[in-house]
Design a protein around this ligand. Structure first.
Ligand code: ATP
Ligand code: MG
Length: 342
């Protein structure tokens, strides 16, 4: 293994056995009694490796944002632990707050409309003592350049920018404090399709030029196929498959991942799919199905699947899946994209 490959495999962030439940007993008319606990995350293990883009993909309500908030430190898990590579516990809070930054889906609501770009960036640069006061303007211009905005942007306000430009601003704000890790929660879902590709390119450039490690959350696989090195697939609060991106697309070992791949040709990258990806009732987080939680919607499920709760298990090098039939699943036909490359 080369030095680069070795470095790429170093974990920069890890969560082990993270769960998050919300007890809504009495607060919701439908949630009284035994079904009043909502399980948002259930025993999630995940590592982000240094310098990689790891995609986290799953349908609405699967727990992606909940996991993102736990990783960034803005939400406490109900159980489980979070490991940064900070040397001591006491350094963890302060250190983590700066080194893990988040970019949200809606850049407009995440930017303060009353602050000019200069004011927004200067405040952060001075607060975190990134540069001395005399160097603030130069640093603001460097950040704008890094995200593909020109110098005129410095004295403008968020309302004066287009959606894509606002997302660039939100990225500049995240980069201002020189983070090691960027967590991007559906950062292109609210943008026009034509703009999405340019923002995806920016993430790829930042990874290459700054060596940033990025957790990139998306609704569908099409968005991340050419961006991420690895993909983690979430279903109802669990990671059900993790693999290198090429391996995941060519050899998916979980029926849910297969359904996500099958749905790609009828989706525009980044768009919310108007047709459901899979048949069957979407699962309720108040009442997680017994056995495999995907079994009620799974085309391959047997009696055993309604009893055995599968956990992530290695199926190949750097590839794990949570399905008792993972090895026996038939191979899939190549996607349109893969056919073109053949
Ligand atoms: N503060 C909260 N109180 C109660 N339930 C919550 C809260 N936050 C999230 N949930 C529930 O937790 C589950 C996971 O939500 P989460 O927002 O993490 O999903 P998601 O995968 O990000 O979905 P989306 O793709 O729609 O953004 C959902 O069932 C959601 O309703
Ligand atoms: Mg979300």
């Amino acid at each position: 293994m080369t030095d680069l490959q070795e470095r790429e495999k170093t974990e920069i962030l890890r969560v082990a056995n993270i769960s998050k439940t919300y007890d809504l007993g009495g607060r919701m008319p439908w949630s009284r009694g035994p079904g009043s606990t909502l399980t948002a995350l259930d025993g999630v293990d995940l590592d982000l490796r240094s310098g990689e883009i790891l995609a986290l993909v799953g349908e609405s309500g699967s727990g992606k944002s909940t996991l993102a908030k736990i990783l960034v430190g803005s939400l406490a898990p109900t159980t489980g632990s979070l490991d940064w590579d900070a040397p001591t516990d006491s350094q963890r809070g302060r250190h983590a707050a700066r080194r893990v930054q988040m970019v949200f889906q809606d850049p407009y609501s995440s930017l303060n409309p009353r602050l000019s770009v200069r004011a927004m960036l200067s405040e952060l640069l001075l607060l975190h003592r990134i540069v001395p006061r005399s160097g603030v303007t130069a640093e603001c211009l460097r950040l704008l350049n890094q995200v593909g905005l020109d110098a005129d942007a410095l004295d403008a306000y968020p309302s004066q920018f287009s959606g894509g430009q606002r997302q660039r601003l939100a990225i500049a704000r995240a980069l201002a404090v020189r983070p090691d890790v960027l967590i991007a929660d559906e950062p292109v879902s609210a943008l026009d399709v034509s703009v999405q590709a340019t923002i995806l390119d920016l993430f790829a450039t930042l990874q290459k030029e700054l060596g940033l490690s990025i957790l990139f959350i998306a609704h569908n696989l099409a968005v991340v196929q050419h961006l991420s090195q690895r993909v983690a697939v979430m279903y109802l609060g669990r990671i059900v498959e993790v693999a290198d991106t090429a391996e995941l697309f060519s050899n998916p070992r979980h029926p849910y991942t297969r359904a996500l791949i099958d749905s790609i040709p009828r989706m525009n990258p980044g768009s919310r799919n108007s047709k459901p990806i899979i048949d069957g009732e979407p699962p309720s987080p108040f009442d997680v199905p017994a056995g495999c939680r995907f079994s009620p919607r799974c085309a391959f499920a047997s009696e055993e699947c309604t009893v055995v709760d599968p956990h992530l298990t290695a199926v190949a090098t750097d590839h794990s899946a949570a399905c008792i039939k993972s090895v026996a699943l038939p191979s899939i036909a190549p996607t349109g994209d893969q056919k073109e490359n053949q």
